[in-house]
Design a protein around this ligand. Sequence first.
Ligand code: CO
Length: 211
Amino acid sequence: MTTRLTLLAAACALTLSACGGSSAPDTPDAAPSAAAPAPTGAPAAAPAPDTAPPAMAPAAAPAAMAPAADGGTPANGKPAAEVSDCGTTIEGTDAMQYSVSSIAVPASCKDFKITLKHTGKLPAAAMGHDVVISKAADMEAVDADGRAAGAEAGYVKAGDARVVAHTKLIGGGETTSMTFPVDKIKDGGPYVFFCSFPGHSALMKGSITVQ
Ligand code: CO
C-alpha cells in the first residue's frame, strides 16, 4: 500500500515537472522582447542632461510638476498673500514660482504696494521675474506683446494701456516694488498678476481682487 502511494506521488511529481518544463521556455522568450524597448529609450534620454545648460535645470523641475499643479486646485496649492498696511511682499524663486497664488487688496486702501523679492540666485537674463497686473482676459496678449518687446523693455510693451501696473524685471537676490491706485482694479475684472518673462506666466500667475 505504501509503495503504491509513493509511486502515485512520483507520477504526480513527474507531471508537474513536465508542466513546469513546458511553460519555462515561454518566460525567457517574453523577457528579452519586453526589455528590448528600454535600452533604445535610455540612450535617447541620457544625452539631454549632459547637453542642457545649467540654467535649464531649475526650469525643468517646475515643467515636470506642471501637470500635477494644473490638475489640482487653480491656486496651485499656494497660500494667499499676507496683506498689511495696504501692501504685500511676494517672492519669486529660481524654480519659476511665486510664493502666493492670490492677492486680496482691501477696499479701504487708496493705493496698494506690491513688493517682489527674488529669493533665487539666477540672473534676470535666465530667471527674471516681475509682477504685471492686467485683466485676466488681456493677460495672454499683454504677455505676448511683452515678449516681443524684449529684454531691454523688461518684457513689458511701453505704454501698454492694458497694463494696470508693473514692476521692473529683477534677478536673484534683488527686490523691487510698485504702488498703484486701487481704483484701477475695482471694476472690469477679474484681474491677474503674472510674470512677463517669456514662458513664466504659465506657472507664475495669480488672481488679484479688491475685497
Ligand atoms: Co519670472
